[in-house]
Design a protein. Structure first.
Lengths: 182, 340
């Protein structure tokens, strides 16, 4: 069995959408209960903390055979240790070494955060960025959460464009994770 | 108080178990896993280990295990005890309480049974063996077919001896508000008294006492479990497929009763299930909200409730034991914990 560790419930919702899209396109076969494999860790600091995995330790090598960590790199100015891509990369690699699970473990780090990542893939990206500038949203929330909320409110039935090339790396990691999974 | 609890087990060559170890059992232990992974066999091994206090109880446990599984084949036939006993040619079950070993020895046409209970070794020639059995009446095993009427009668006697009939009736009434009480009538007939007043679902009936066979399996399972908890004071209760016949909406109440009585009567409980709803109900029955209106002495500590997940690692049966908080977290996030 596989497991994905993510930061929060928004990440889980997004990942379930993406996994269902991969299922629809035939890239994931024979598995559909995605809710049961994506675990919310309750924030980046918990996700990167070895102590959060005491229950998982019992399952690794038995129930769990493949694991994928997915989280935001955030901003270096907000967190000198784990903020920014390089720091985040080091932190997750240190964690994986510390956990020493003898199974397949991989990670994917969103550039800045999930909302930045999603806005970058929208066909109306320029308009949303214009909106951000016009209303000075960065001063309120630099995570672009407000923009993704606006997008979801404006287009509740329009899924994200998972065919966008920015999704390719994450999609490949998810396909690798579910390969051989039934 | 709970010195009698089984805390760990080692099982070798017992049914589907080749070489298995698990530790960290609690007062109430729910076992989950896929079909044929060995949930029932696990309970049988634990039960045999604590049931067998001497040769006669050891043999009885082996025979009753086989009988319970082959129940339908032998209902109307004399029990071939020798056949039951030789279904396994050797096994070893060790717990923190005691060590059992059994082996059928064959050499030059001479067949012997080798039994070992802790340091006591017994070797008996098959032809000399009387096949006498003795029951350990303090340990109860409700198999997936449920109790027979005589088994139910026996455990109900414990309710009577402890003057707990009113509590039993209260629990049954919570299961079905039309059930007023339960009695063994005429010495061997388990019967429920139903409400025949105008607004009841049984208003059309004249005679309020109805034979247990007129009711669904869920009610029988409910009464069997409650009575057994009173019959197993300071002992052990094993329940195979605990949710058999019980509607999911009644499961958290059942767990609530089990947690309460397991504490009050000091019983160690092992139960199996396939059902996600049953696992969730166990979690619901022990939430902080529920605990606030429970008498303090009936509240279980989180480490008294365990979920034992069985699965196969590289073909061999293996286990993961979750304590209550871990189970609660896995269930809250809808993680799959019913075997691998």
């Amino acid at each position: 069995m596989v497991r994905i560790f993510c930061e929060g419930s928004d990440d889980k919702t997004f990942l379930r959408l993406l996994l269902n899209d991969l299922k629809k396109s035939g890239d994931i076969i024979g598995f559909d209960n995605f809710d049961s494999v994506v675990k919310v860790m309750g924030g980046k600091s918990n996700l990167l903390n070895k102590e959060s995995y005491s229950t998982i330790d019992k399952q690794v090598g038995k129930q769990l055979t493949k694991i994928l960590f997915i989280f935001d790199c955030d901003f270096q100015e907000d967190d000198k240790v784990c903020g920014g891509f390089e720091n985040s990369k080091k932190a997750i690699e240190d964690l994986i070494t510390e956990l020493d699970w003898k199974i397949v473990v991989d990670y994917y780090i969103f550039n800045k955060n999930l909302d930045y990542f999603i806005i970058d893939t929208l066909d109306k990206k320029d308009k949303f960025l214009g909106c951000e500038e016009c209303f000075e949203l960065k001063a309120l929330n630099k995570n672009r959460k407000i923009l993704t909320c606006i997008y979801k409110s404006l287009y509740p039935k329009k899924p994200f464009d998972f065919s966008h090339q920015n999704f390719n790396e994450l999609k490949q990691k998810l396909k690798n994770l579910f390969k051989d999974e039934k | 108080m709970n010195e009698h609890f089984i805390k760990n087990i080692e099982i070798k060559n017992f049914k589907c178990f080749e070489d298995f170890k698990a530790e960290g059992f609690g007062r109430v232990n729910l076992i989950g896993g896929k079909n044929n992974v060995g949930k029932t066999a696990f309970m049988e091994a634990v039960c045999t280990n604590i049931f067998s206090v001497d040769l006669k109880t050891f043999v009885h446990s082996l025979v009753s295990i086989s009988y319970a599984r082959d129940y339908l084949k032998f209902t109307n036939k004399k029990l071939p005890l020798k056949d039951f006993l030789e279904k396994s040619d050797s096994f070893y079950v060790k717990s923190n309480k005691q060590t059992l070993k059994y082996k059928v020895l064959e050499d030059n046409g001479i067949k012997e049974y080798f039994f070992k209970i802790n340091n006591n070794e017994i070797v008996i020639n098959v032809n000399d063996y009387s096949f006498e059995l003795s029951r350990n009446t303090k340990v109860k095993f409700i198999n997936s077919h449920g109790y027979t009427n005589s088994q139910l009668k026996e455990v109900y006697e414990s309710v009577q001896k402890k003057d707990k009939e009113d509590i039993l009736y209260k629990y049954l009434n919570q299961f079905d508000e039309n059930i007023l009480n339960f009695k063994i009538i005429g010495g061997d007939k388990p019967m429920f008294k139903v409400d025949t007043s105008n607004n009841s679902s049984y208003a059309h009936l004249e005679e309020p006492y109805r034979d247990i066979s007129e009711f669904g399996d869920g009610l029988k399972q409910y009464v069997s479990i409650i009575c057994s908890l009173y019959a197993c004071t300071n002992s052990y209760l094993f329940i195979d497929e605990i949710d058999n016949g019980i509607h999911h909406s009644k499961l958290d109440k059942l767990w609530n009763i089990i947690l309460t009585l397991a504490k009050e009567q000091n019983v160690q409980v092992f139960a199996t299930t396939h059902s996600d709803e049953c696992i969730r109900a166990l979690v619901t029955a022990n939430t902080e909200d529920v605990k606030t209106y429970q008498p303090k002495e009936h509240i279980l500590e989180d480490d008294e409730i365990k979920f034992i997940e069985l699965g196969r690692t590289n073909g061999k049966i293996d286990s993961i034991i979750f304590d209550f908080k871990e189970l609660e977290n896995e269930v809250a996030q809808n993680m799959e914990i019913r075997g691998w």
